[in-house]
Design a protein around this ligand. Structure first.
Ligand SMILES: C[S@@+](CC[C@H](N)C(=O)[O-])C[C@H]1O[C@@H](n2cnc3c(N)ncnc32)[C@H](O)[C@@H]1O
Ligand code: SF4
Length: 428
């Protein structure tokens, strides 16, 4: 098969990225905190703890420990206070919230209540449209789901990974199919409007039949939204070493991965799901609002917690990755920001396309109205290459990733529009 790229890129969640060290600069000045400009925002809250660390996972995380968790939550509340001292942050409304991880569901009911109370007291979340709470199926209980619903959570995202317990064991997962099925049932019974699951594919030794069984369960269990992640075996993590040592089977080839993707996409579309992004399929009406407001609306994000990425008043920033440093900085009343970059007018066309293609299509007229030039003229060579490789198609005013090939290579297409200094900052 003639592949347009040697490997598939990881999705770009934020563009541009904070590439400069904060150093001695005052974060409050970089973010122009104190600016009276009222602007709606998104809110991201990172809860890093996991009951057990999966041997393949690159996300900012920490092993669960009651004492550290207590100190982290204390620091998180302090970080909320530091931002809330700025009137325009405490007053302006938050349109959507995402609790990501790690494993937010590891929090106890009283910790969840305390965190929500703090957010409600310090920020304006009265008119929030969507609150997503992420977690591992093994750490949800019916009582927790009931509490989350009562606090306004209307979307739960479960890191199922696979319903197949044998594959799960090979991957070192703690959750079993029963945990996932129970968590889904509790979400349904407690009236959570939008249930999302993560499934990974091209797992060590996984067959097409095993993948088909996982995908059949998406519709059978009444899931509204599914993210399909090809397993990335990253050299520094334990799974890579286990595969190298022959203790775990290797993953399939790129061609096999494409076959798995096409099989899933066809099956999901037959069940009424629509492709929503380079990773996601969704039932109509259950689109992920946070993602739309971020990738298409470029809304500011107030990002809290270790390793979180945000943007305030044109300053993109990243919080420190180490949990100890995070807690140290916040306890001495400093914002835990370590990297920053001021977005310029020049970055905007690249950002529009890098982030826009994540949601599969961009609007040529909207681009022209914003930047005074047709995207295919401004980025002539890139577009010519993508069209000639069969990765993009023009449909009326829209430029779209082609149905299977373009979506399969979607994250590579997004990366085409990144300029060099940011391109090198992304994980491979
Ligand atoms: C930030 S994690 C949070 C989910 C939650 N902690 C859980 O696992 O139950 C988001 C998702 O990234 C995916 N993921 C993690 N490591 C991956 C890897 N090496 N390759 C591909 N996807 C990965 C998993 O599907 C995971 O659910
Ligand atoms: S996949 Fe989820 S549960 Fe596993 S280590 Fe990563 S964040 Fe934690």
């Amino acid at each position: 098969m003639n592949n347009p790229y040697a490997f598939r890129e990881i999705g770009i969640g934020h563009y541009p990225l904070g590439i400069y060290d904060v150093g001695d600069k005052r974060v409050e000045d970089l973010m122009k905190l104190g600016d009276e400009n009222l602007k709606s925002k998104l809110l991201y809250v990172h809860i890093p703890f996991c009951q057990s660390i999966c041997p393949f996972c690159p996300y900012p995380k920490a092993i669960h420990n009651e004492g550290v968790k207590y100190n982290y939550l204390t620091a998180l509340m302090r970080e909320i206070d530091l931002y809330a001292q700025q009137p325009h942050i405490s007053v302006n409304n938050i349109e959507a919230i995402y609790f990501g991880g790690g494993t937010p569901s590891i929090l106890t009911e009283s910790e969840i209540e305390a965190l929500f109370k703090k957010l409600k007291d310090a920020l304006n979340i009265e008119t929030v449209e969507e609150i997503t709470f992420e977690g591992n199926p093994a750490s949800f209980t019916r009582e927790k789901v009931k509490l989350l619903k009562s606090l306004g959570v209307n979307r739960i995202s479960l890191g199922v990974q696979t319903f197949n317990d044998e594959l799960g064991e090979r991957l070192g997962l703690i959750q079993k199919e029963k945990n996932s099925v129970d968590a889904i049932e509790w979400c349904k019974k407690e009236g959570i409007d939008n249930i999302s699951i993560d499934l990974m594919y091209n797992l060590p030794g996984q067959t097409v039949e095993e993948w088909v069984e996982d995908i059949e369960k998406v519709a059978a269990y009444g899931i509204h939204h599914v993210s399909l992640f090809p397993l990335k075996v990253i050299p520094v993590f334990k799974l890579f070493k286990l595969i190298q040592a022959g203790e775990v089977s290797p993953c399939g080839s790129l061609e096999f991965e494409e076959e798995l993707f096409e099989t899933a996409a066809t099956m999901l579309e037959d069940e009424g799901y629509k492709p929503e992004s380079t990773y996601d399929f969704v039932l109509p009406g259950k689109e992920h609002l946070y993602s739309r407001k971020h990738f298409r609306g470029f809304m500011d994000i107030l990002a809290l917690g270790m390793g979180a990425f945000g943007e305030i008043n044109g300053c993109v920033y990243q919080n420190v990755m180490s949990i100890t440093e995070y807690m140290g900085k916040v306890s001495s009343s400093q914002l835990p920001v370590v990297k920053w970059y001021q977005v310029t007018e020049k970055d905007l066309p690249n950002r529009y396309l890098t982030m826009g293609f994540r949601l599969l299509e961009v609007d040529r007229l909207d681009f022209f109205n914003k930047f005074g030039v047709d995207p295919e003229i401004k980025f002539k060579e890139i577009f010519e290459k993508l069209y000639s490789n069969g990765l993009l198609e023009a449909v009326g005013q829209k430029i779209r990733l082609t149905k299977r090939k373009g979506v399969f290579w979607g994250n590579n297409i997004c990366k085409e529009f990144c300029i060099e200094i940011f391109r090198n900052a992304f994980p491979k």
